[in-house]
Design a binder for this molecule. Structure first.
Ligand code: NAD
Length: 505
């Protein structure tokens, strides 16, 4: 293609804007990336990798806005989020369509992605009940001690591709409701729905400079980690990148919370309700094409439950692979061609390492979507630690089946895995479930619930390699994360009261 034609074509493709001080502006960067529909390979838009100068301008805008935003009454802050949740509801269908186009997940799943974020927005609208200090009366004679929970300043959020609505909404609503200003760095793979949510946030009344958006990859993330005017960073993404962000940003003196990769195991005891359990596992392993951080990617079958493999395979085989906009689709495409190749590589390595391929989802026939990044449900049994398919996060529709003789052996097996994001047990025994919740070292625990993501009254958590930092996103913990505690000890003298002399102790 000649250069003039290439330029004309690239001009007709929309560009994703930066948001600086309330204005959506085109980046001056020379480095751009295509946003591609994973079901069709159609280029939907182009996203910039912002320049260092743009990063500095964005942080400066957030810093300037903090001076007034921190003094905005708590009720005024809360009302913005009341309006915001209403706007998200009104625009749900449009948001879901945008999300499916750039991310690939099915439309009902896209609505779920937005809805889980909307619940955090509703929670942010309750900030008046959440951002409260403590008071102890008469800690000494005539002396009271109380705390203030004040916004920190500029906070930043770095988000992954797999929940482009929910995860940005885990971050900026609570940070801003607490009185901070915010710089968001969405995933460069699917930032369009995030940008539409940001537009709606401005429409709801978030003032210029309070919410800003920068785009980019490694260089922009490193610039945010190093920037002296950013006080806290929230990260969600892979363990490798999150560990890097945690170390780099804490070294620069910031508060950091990183929610990272996973290998989520479920234990199936033979007394479980078989039909419910197998349906739950099929949905949690293969839904969203296995690209949920809480997807069940390994199951440990205990005793007689090992006989259930053929029925699980039949359920997995019946799941419908298709474009995310088609009705009754169970499994949409993976995010990119590279992701598809990666998952196919894992399947090949599973076969080479001696695991038994019970169901092969490679190269499915998807009429009308011949270019899509599809991989269907895939199941391996006889999986062992040391095999690449077990040791690494595949992030695709591939389920590893492991066998254990007892519940204790299954718990020990899960605790030996480096990751501790989510887990579940399927059983009818209360005693077994209680033993599991006591002994397992994992952040989110489901009891007959396959994907136990906490509602925003609680905080998301994680153990071991799945989380760095003490406080999790949303819920009560994030109020502490996004605020500075000041502790005041106060004494007031009444007019005419006689006081002692100089106190030197
Ligand atoms: P990723 O780590 O590749 O990217 C996350 C963010 O980091 C993106 O904004 C990206 O631009 C940036 N980034 C990428 N490479 C970088 C680098 N070298 N240096 C600095 N920044 C970089 O993750 P992803 O592929 O977008 O998302 C999938 C991962 O996220 C999976 O591992 C999944 O388990 C995890 N995840 C975890 C949770 C959780 O709550 N624990 C939730 C969702 C996703």
């Amino acid at each position: 293609m000649n250069q003039a034609k290439q330029q004309a074509e690239s001009k007709s493709i929309p560009t994703v804007k930066l948001l600086i001080n309330g204005e959506f502006v085109d980046s001056t960067s020379t480095e751009w990336r295509d946003i591609v529909n994973p079901a069709t390979q159609q280029v939907l838009a182009r996203v910039p990798f912002a320049t260092n100068d743009e990063v500095n301008r964005i942080v400066a805008s957030a810093k300037a806005a903090f001076h007034t935003w921190r003094k905005t009454p708590i009720g005024a802050r809360a009302r913005i989020f009341l309006k915001y949740q209403q706007l998200i509801r009104e625009n749900m269908k449009e948001l879901a369509a945008l999300l499916t186009a750039e991310q690939g997940k099915t439309l009902p799943d896209a609505e779920g992605d937005i809805f889980r974020g909307l619940e955090v927005v509703e929670h942010a609208a309750n900030i008046g009940n959440l951002q409260m200090g403590e008071l102890a009366n008469n800690v000494a004679s005539g002396v009271d001690t109380y705390t203030l929970q004040q916004g920190l300043g500029v906070c930043a959020g770095i988000t992954p591709f797999n929940f482009p609505a929910m995860i940005p909404l885990w971050m900026f609503p609570m940070a801003i409701a607490c009185g901070n200003t915010f710089v968001l760095k969405p995933s460069e793979q699917d930032p369009m729905v995030t940008m539409r949510l940001v537009e709606l946030a401005l429409e709801a009344g978030i003032p210029p400079g309070v919410l800003n958006v920068v785009h980019g990859g490694e260089a922009v993330v490193n610039a945010l980690c190093d920037h002296p005017d950013i006080k806290a960073i929230s990260f969600v993404g892979s363990t490798k990148v999150g560990t890097h962000v945690y170390h780099r940003a804490t070294l620069a003196g910031k508060r950091v919370q990183c929610m990272m990769g996973a290998k989520n195991h479920a234990i199936v005891l033979p007394d479980a309700n078989k039909e419910q359990t197998l349906n739950s596992i099929a949905g949690a392993a293969f839904g969203a094409a296995g690209q949920r951080c809480m997807a069940l990617s390994a199951i440990v079958l205990v005793g007689e439950a090992n006989n259930w493999i053929p029925e699980l395979v039949e359920k997995a085989r019946s799941l419908k692979i298709n474009g995310g906009t088609e009705v009754n689709t169970d499994i949409g495409p993976l995010i990119s061609c590279a992701a598809r190749e990666r998952v196919e590589g894992f399947i090949a390595s599973g076969i080479e390492s001696g695991a038994k391929l019970e169901l092969d989802g490679r190269n499915p026939d998807v009429p009308g979507y011949k270019d899509g990044n599809f991989v269907g449900s895939t199941i391996f049994s006889g999986v062992k630690p040391g095999m690449k398919i077990y040791d690494q996060e595949i992030f695709g529709p591939v389920l590893c089946i492991v066998s254990a003789a007892t519940l204790d052996e299954a718990i020990e097996f899960i605790n030996d895995n480096p990751n501790g994001n989510g887990t579940a047990i399927f059983t009818q025994s209360g005693a077994a479930a209680r033993r599991f919740e006591e002994e397992i070292d994992v952040g989110q625990i489901g009891i007959n619930v396959p994907i136990p993501v906490p509602v925003p009254l609680f905080s998301f958590s994680g153990s071991r390699a799945s989380k760095l930092g003490d406080l999790g996103p949303y819920g009560k913990q994030v109020i502490l994360f996004y605020t500075q505690t000041k502790t005041i000890t106060a004494r007031w003298f009444e007019d005419g009261a006689v006081t002692g002399g100089v106190n030197t102790t």
